[in-house]
Design a protein around this ligand. Structure first.
Ligand code: LMR
Length: 400
């Protein structure tokens, strides 16, 4: 009965790792998936995460009971505070409905299904380009997807004019996906002034912001600075949705820890919204896993652990920034044609190199460099040992 099923293509991002794993070359480098690696090229479990896990293991009162449908209550409260700020009026007025979800993707999906059932407008505008999974999550969740201009390939910066024009012509009430910081894949973020322009326009047109925050603390090294865009939108008293992930900033990739928050106009609405979120979640996966959320809650609620986390987070962010400088210097040293200053200007985990899919294919074939075909490289996967090899590959790709 399944003989007609055709072979599906690999995922454009996770499929890069599949191809990388099959390559026997000793010089291969995986710059595809956005996952942090140490200078030695190894995955990193933060010390603070190990410590929190130790505490959890040694606590005999901990059991493996089901969590509520909405997840670990303490985790939800702390997550909302982390992104919105503990002095956020929305939190103080109990206007935020937060549910624990399966990392960023799960939070986006639950939010989408909620919107498809309970919101009057079914169109979501997403930046062009955006993370490859976004359009699939929104479409399968029941929304229709349109794009707004975002990245200007000529300046390798933000096309603010195009962005504002496209959002101006969106129908009133349309949903707009915004990357809270460290835009994936471009590494290009609006300045605070530009955020303010975007906010004013969106509020005047009644457009509903749906934030994706996968890199809080990773862009600048500061948790508060990276939440500024979001906090501007919450400070004006309006509604928004927030999908939060702890994959990158706590290195909890495989634990699938995240949260969806919906900021409402009143506490009363938030209670009803939460009740409907439960109806979305229960038939999908019943309730979320307990372990990862317990680690996050343990870290966020303890002053010393929280501090330790911020230090480790900053160290990761700083290492990525130093990789940017190193790669830029290496290309300059080789006299590689082109202006590569975007490598040091872009923000977050990725550099959107400007290399085309043929150049990428060449680098993979000849140099065993694995990256997504849109020319994105994960700076977090680089080390001072692999930068020269990557610079050689880029140089060869653009001069051939
Ligand atoms: C990425 O963009 O590489 C990450 O967000 C990982 C993923 O799930 O695609």
């Amino acid at each position: 009965v399944f003989a007609h099923v055709v072979q599906a293509p690999e995922d454009p991002i996770l499929g890069v790792t599949v191809a990388y794993n099959k390559d026997p070359s000793p010089v291969k480098v995986n710059l595809g998936v956005g996952a942090y690696r140490t200078e030695e090229g190894k995955p990193l479990v933060l010390n603070v995460v190990r410590r929190a896990e130790q505490m959890l293991v040694n606590d005999p009162s901990r059991v493996k009971e089901y969590l509520p449908i909405t997840g670990l209550a303490e985790f939800n409260k702390l997550s909302a505070k982390l992104i919105f700020g503990s002095d956020s009026p929305a939190i103080q007025e109990n206007r935020v409905a937060t549910v624990q979800c399966l990392s960023g993707t799960g939070s986006l999906r639950v939010g989408t299904e909620f919107l498809a059932r309970h919101y009057r407008e079914r169109t979501i505008y997403i930046p062009q380009p955006t993370w490859g999974n976004h359009p699939k999550v929104f479409t399968l969740g029941g929304l229709s997807v349109k794009t707004y201009r975002y990245y200007d390939p000529v300046t390798r910066g933000l096309n603010i004019q195009g962005l504002l024009e496209d959002l101006s012509s969106a129908p009133s009430g349309a949903i707009v996906l915004l990357h809270a910081c460290a835009h994936n894949p471009t590494g290009v973020d609006p300045t605070l002034d530009q955020w303010e322009q975007i906010r004013k326009l969106m509020r005047s047109k009644g457009l509903l912001p749906f934030f994706d925050s996968a890199y809080q603390g990773f862009a600048s090294g500061s948790l508060d600075a990276d939440a500024q865009s979001v906090r501007m939108f919450v400070a004006d008293g309006g509604e928004c949705l927030m999908a939060q992930s702890y994959a990158k900033n706590m290195g909890l990739y495989g634990e699938r820890v995240g949260a969806l928050s919906i900021v409402c106009r009143s506490a009363d609405v938030a209670v009803r919204v939460e009740s409907q979120l439960k109806l979305v979640i229960r038939p999908m996966y019943s309730n979320p896993p307990i372990h990862g959320a317990s680690i996050v809650a343990a870290i966020l609620k303890d002053r010393a652990l929280f501090h330790e986390w911020t230090v480790e987070l900053k160290a990761m962010a700083d290492r990525i920034i130093s990789m940017r400088q190193m790669l830029f210097d290496a290309l300059r040293a080789r006299g590689t044609p082109g202006d590569w200053s975007h490598i040091i200007k872009q923000i977050g985990m990725f550099t959107f190199t400007g290399l085309n899919s043929e150049q990428v294919a060449f680098m993979t074939k000849e140099y065993h460099i694995y990256m997504t075909s849109d020319g994105r490289i994960s700076m977090a996967g680089l080390s001072s040992k692999t930068v020269p090899h990557l610079a050689d590959a880029i140089h060869a790709a653009v001069t051939r």
